[in-house]
Design a protein around this ligand. Structure first.
Ligand code: IFG
Length: 505
């Protein structure tokens, strides 16, 4: 029970545990739990080599089994929590909702030896130590943002990222789909966005985009793991790819040249043109239609070419469109400058703890997602030697990413206004899945714990031991993680290939 990340609310070792054998069955009585049963079976079959049949009804197997049920959970574990009991008769996971069973499966996964992560059969005794776990999240929202505009990452890479999020109980994936360097989502009514605006990326390599079918494939893959996709169409700034694709969207009527650089803040849609709002409405409508989740992110950051009035004029028209198309708007916290409707969520991203405009907005009833660049921006380098990212918010060590509290970080914002933490991985200099893994591990599991576990149980001295115990799992999963000297990694961990580690100034 000792090494689970995120640390559970309550975990008590009891007597003898349970060993998974070739006779083990997975017992699922509720139809809504079958998907999680199948997920669990697919997770454990490769390394164990066992059939792990899924049966409905009480376990008929001789030596018990793993049972997932939607009754019998204490009400205080809520919609995302679970209760787990491990004893010689088997593993019992109980939850009020399927998401809770899924969280319990992630914990069970970590109670087995690291070899369980292997894709090939391992001769290991698959014993789960006896115990009782009662667990549920501190914040209902635990997010991870991925910038697929600066560098494009295809469906397989994003699915892999989704698997990493699921492993640590992160339940929202914010996809930064558009920026100066690329438009990554097909919009039928404005085809040039991807015909012209998707064929490059930072550095000039080919880029790419998601067709509507591919985007839907990602949404469904995430949903099967109880992860909600949040699409971001960054506006009115960070719109270079749209301005390159359609001359009409530019105030001067000229297409903007292709951008393969890393500047920020020098682009904007043309606030005074009616065609801009037709464009925005069409894009919001089509993105909303292909997004089952409740949120649509309008960006709103770094519109430095606009006056406050121009920015407010734009947001006063764009945000109601999000609401009209049935979604709840999110914006980077600059959106508050337009005094948007209270249901607009502000995503705080500056590095410091003082943000009076955010505190005032929280007072008025806005909810806040906490993504301070000094803690949660995974594109920040670990230190002056290691990382493929940036350092404008300072280097962010593993310890920096853990030793803060999303509930209290922003001065004057009460925890009750905080939806939860969200990591952000910007990809100006992050080019490969290896780079993504290097910047994400170990810092994403650290922040995932801050989002899930009780604040009273998140102490660095204790966490770093549990984090070290994750290393052998990441080795088996072949994750290219940064072996931070702050973490007492076990010596058995194999030597790691590291990513391009020159840091970018
Ligand atoms: N700020 C920009 C991003 C990206 C980032 C890199 C936000 C909201 C710096 N905006 O973060 O586009 O360039 O760390």
């Amino acid at each position: 029970m000792a090494d689970v990340v995120p640390v559970p609310v309550e975990a008590k070792p009891t007597g003898t545990g349970y060993t998974i054998t070739e006779d083990t069955t997975i017992n699922v009585r509720d139809d809504a739990a079958v998907g999680t049963g199948e997920y669990l079976a697919e997770l454990f079959r490769p390394a164990t080599g066992y059939e792990l049949p899924i049966e409905d009804g009480p376990s008929r197997g001789l030596n018990g089994g793993i049972s997932l049920r939607l009754d019998g959970a204490p009400s205080d574990v809520g919609k995302q929590g679970y209760r787990m009991q491990v004893d010689p008769s088997g593993v019992k996971i109980r939850a009020n909702e399927p998401a809770g069973l899924f969280a319990g499966v992630q914990t069970l996964r970590q109670l087995l030896p690291p070899a369980i992560e292997s894709k090939t059969e391992q001769s290991v005794e698959w014993t789960v130590s006896g115990g009782y776990v009662r667990d549920y999240p501190r914040f209902n929202y635990r997010g991870a943002h991925l910038d697929v505009a600066r560098h494009f990452f295809g469906v397989d890479a994003v699915k892999q990222y989704i698997d990493y999020l699921a492993q640590y109980k992160v339940n929202h994936l914010h996809l930064h789909l558009t920026d100066d360097q690329g438009w990554r989502i097909e919009i039928d009514s404005w085809p040039n966005l991807t015909d012209e605006g998707a064929d490059s990326e930072v550095g000039g390599t080919p880029g790419g985009y998601y067709t509507k079918e591919e985007y839907t494939e990602l949404v469904e893959y995430a949903q099967d793991r109880f992860i909600t996709v949040i699409p971001e169409i960054d506006m009115p700034g960070h719109t270079g790819a749209a301005l390159e694709s359609y001359a009409a969207l530019n105030c001067d009527g000229e297409k903007r040249p292709e951008d393969t650089g890393v500047n920020v803040g020098d682009t904007s849609l043309c606030i005074d043109k009616e065609v801009t709002y037709e464009f925005v409405n069409d894009v919001i409508r089509e993105v909303a239609e292909m997004t089952p989740g409740p949120y649509l992110h309008v960006g709103g950051d770094e519109a430095h070419t606009l006056s406050d009035e121009e920015y407010e004029t734009f947001m006063d028209r764009a945000i109601p469109m999000v609401l009209e198309h049935g979604k709840r708007p999110i914006g980077w916290h600059q959106v508050l400058g337009a005094d948007p409707p209270t249901e607009t969520i502000a995503q705080y991203w500056y590095p410091g703890q003082d943000a009076p405009e955010v505190a005032a907005a929280a007072e008025e009833g806005h909810e806040i997602i906490s993504s301070p660049a000094s803690r949660a921006y995974l594109d920040m380098n670990y230190n002056d030697q290691d990382g493929v990212g940036q350092d404008w918010a300072g280097n962010t060590s593993v310890k920096d990413s853990y030793t803060w509290d999303p509930g209290t970080f922003i001065n004057g914002v009460d925890e009750s206004s905080i939806m939860g933490p969200e990591t952000a991985l910007w990809t100006e200099f992050v080019e490969t899945l290896d780079d993504i893994e290097y910047m994400t591990f170990p810092r994403l599991p650290a922040i995932a714990e801050l989002g899930w576990s009780p604040a009273s149980k998140t102490t660095w001295q204790e966490f770093k031991e549990r984090l070290a115990a994750q290393g052998p799992r990441w080795d088996v999963l072949d994750i290219n993680y940064y072996r931070s000297p702050q973490v007492p990694w076990s010596t058995t961990a194999s030597s790691r290939r590291s990513s391009a580690t020159e840091s970018h100034g």
